[in-house]
Design a protein around this ligand. Structure first.
Ligand code: ASP
Length: 437
């Protein structure tokens, strides 16, 4: 058994957190590759090291002094080191980072140093070798991740029986540091799990797993024990995120499960994210796995007599959307109607042109525009096998006096989308949760 473990910023924010991480790693000899984030917040209102590093670089770029910000960074790292009683000199590294930022280093370089130094500290504390991400994570010159060049570096990683690797960054062929988008250490963890052919990718955070519904709406929402990659994708798309979205792909392809665990409660079961084919009868017997939703949609409903016989109607409509740079989230249709569900962010500044083009090229009999709509995704691979899911769902909404403005089901029958008025959003989520939990 081989495990890649990734610890997030809050898991490594202080010496006390480092102690928890060490205990976790030492409890299981399979935990051989550890990927780390930069120190995160210790308390609300605290600074994240990555934010401070970006700030130093931005201050320098605008010709302002950055000493005060840099001091906070240096103090945090030396504080962790001293708190752990480590005999590791990081002052020279800090000086070098400082002078490179002063000499105009890139934002990517500056931001990457949080992970770099934290990995150095954890490696020393565990007695593991430090393996720099630049040794195996490769980017193209345009800043995109180069999976092929990275795959060729697998042997550099596996030459080490165990290692601590900084997350979030890698380098281009020319040697420039590049980072993933924010939260990208999750992606590094997934890549390392894939390169090392780990059996499990453990992602240690500060929550005890993936919850069945947003705890801001349902404070007692249950943790989902097992979720498939497909279910997770549907839920994350609607805003329920624990992991960076792009961290799914490297492990999903290699059929490696992700185990989301809590550094502050290591005994909690957490959530296992598994390939669809690894779902057991238990998951298939479950009518609903999770609920996620978002506000801020507009629904445009076009009505035209005999629309279904008008060959190419949907095609023309899609052409208009593409030309205007708008994508429709969903397109439920009836015999004489087509609805477009569009994220408001995509409509800003484009609505008038869209309306004009639709009227000119599609000539609907009527066009109705409903704004302030929230979408709720009710997701579960078991839906298809369990009769009565929809009945239960809509009974719950009716009992909560919520009117479903729109209903759509994916063709894979894993996701029922309900559109409701924004003011009913919370009530609807809560009602659905109570009906299925
Ligand atoms: N430290 C980086 C960030 O704050 C990357 C990460 O933590 O995953 O976004």
């Amino acid at each position: 058994m081989l495990k890649t473990v990734k610890f997030g910023g809050s898991s490594l924010a202080s010496a006390e957190q480092f102690r928890k991480v060490k205990a976790i790693i030492e409890r299981d000899a399979a935990r051989r590759y550890a990927v780390v984030s930069a120190p995160g917040k210790r308390f609300s209102g605290d600074d994240k090291i990555t934010d401070l590093l970006y700030r130093c670089q931005a201050l320098r770029a605008s010709g302002k002094p950055f000493d005060a910000e840099f001091r906070k960074i240096a103090d945090r790292f030396t504080g962790i080191r001293d708190g752990l009683g480590l005999d590791l000199c990081i002052e020279a590294e800090l000086d070098e980072i400082r002078s490179r930022i002063d000499a105009g280093a890139s934002a990517d370089y500056a931001a990457s140093r949080g992970e770099y130094l934290n990995a150095k500290l954890l490696a020393a504390y565990l007695g593991f070798p430090f393996l720099d991400a630049t040794e195996c994570i490769r980017f193209r010159d345009d800043g995109t991740f180069d999976a092929d060049a990275t795959a060729l570096r697998a042997n550099v990683l596996t030459a080490h029986a165990c290692a601590v690797i900084p997350g979030f960054y890698g380098r281009t062929r020319a040697g420039n540091i590049r980072t993933f988008s924010r939260g990208g250490s999750d992606i590094t963890g997934a890549i390392v799990a894939n390169l090392s052919e780990s059996d499990v990718y453990e992602n240690w955070t500060d929550v005890s797993g993936f919850l069945m519904a947003d705890p801001k709406i349902v404070p007692d929402a249950r943790v989902i024990e097992t979720v498939t990659y497909s279910e997770l994708r549907e839920l994350s798309y609607m805003g329920a995120t624990v992991l960076h979205e792009d961290s799914i792909f490297p492990v999903r392809k290699a059929r490696i499960p992700i185990h989301v665990l809590n550094t502050n409660d290591p005994e909690a079961k957490g959530t296992m994210i598994v390939p669809d084919s690894m779902a057991t009868d238990k998951e298939h017997a479950r009518a609903l796995t999770g609920i996620a939703g978002r506000r801020g949609y507009t629904v445009l409903t076009l009505t035209k007599d005999n629309l279904h016989n008008d060959l190419g109607y949907a095609y023309r409509l899609m052409g208009i959307l593409a030309r205007n740079g708008i994508s429709a989230e969903r397109m439920p249709s009836g015999i004489d109607t087509i609805s477009l569900v569009v994220d408001d962010k995509r409509l800003t500044g484009r609505m008038d042109q869209l309306y004009h083009d639709v009227m000119a090229e599609c000539a609907p009999d009527t066009i109705e525009i409903a704004s302030c709509i929230a979408l709720i995704a009710c997701v579960g691979i078991g839906m298809v096998r369990n009769p009565g899911v929809a009945a239960k769902l809509f009974t719950a909404l009716a009992n909560a006096e919520v009117n479903a403005r729109l209903i759509d089901q994916d063709s894979n029958e894993m996701n029922i989308i309900v559109g409701v008025e924004q003011r009913d959003f919370e009530r609807a989520v809560e009602a659905i949760y109570r009906a299925f939990a």
